[in-house]
Design a protein around this ligand. Structure first.
Ligand SMILES: [Zn+2]
Ligand SMILES: [Zn+2]
Length: 161
């Protein structure tokens, strides 16, 4: 399914992680807590064994969404990163934070009782023409503060800080 080492992190680069093994049970959770925690319509999650998982930069902040589950996110930029049941053998990673999100394809959905009624219509939405002007795109590219999709020796880099 995926290559041996999987890396990812938050948008600002303050928190980075690495999984040494394949991610298990990649799925979309539609529960209301995951909707809130992601600010989105669902949460894409997959599990990695805790001893195959390592933080490679920084520490996440945690919010206990119940007495049983805590959710890890970057305290600097807010990116949701982890769904953690302390004591479990696995920790779950938010798949949009992977450096290569294409590499881990969801295979299931859960908690579809809270799935938004029009979710299946999303891919049929009309596609807006790209309105961004080259000048604006260039200005965004030139002032990009998003961490690149690979590990970096130092961050922020001198050029982008
Ligand atoms: Zn961050
Ligand atoms: Zn959920």
């Amino acid at each position: 399914m995926t290559a041996a080492a999987i890396s990812g992190g938050c948008q600002c680069g303050a928190v980075r992680y690495r999984a040494a093994s394949e991610l298990g049970y990649p799925h979309l959770c539609h529960c209301r807590m995951c909707q809130k925690a992601s600010g989105n319509y669902f949460m894409p999650l997959a599990a990695v064994q805790r001893d195959e998982f390592a933080l490679t930069r920084g520490e996440p902040s945690w919010f206990w969404s119940s007495d049983l589950v805590r959710r890890g996110f970057c305290g600097s930029c807010g990116t949701p990163l982890f769904y953690d049941v302390p004591g479990a053998e696995f920790i779950n990673i938010m798949l949009g934070s992977l450096d290569d999100p294409e590499a881990v394809k969801p295979m299931a959905q859960s908690n579809t009782g809270r799935k938004l009624a029009w979710f299946h219509e999303l891919d049929d939405l009309p596609i807006e023409p790209d309105e961004e002007t080259p000048d604006r795109e260039n200005a965004i590219a030139a002032s990009n503060h998003q961490h690149p999709d690979h590990d970096t020796a130092e961050w922020p880099s001198g050029a982008l800080s």
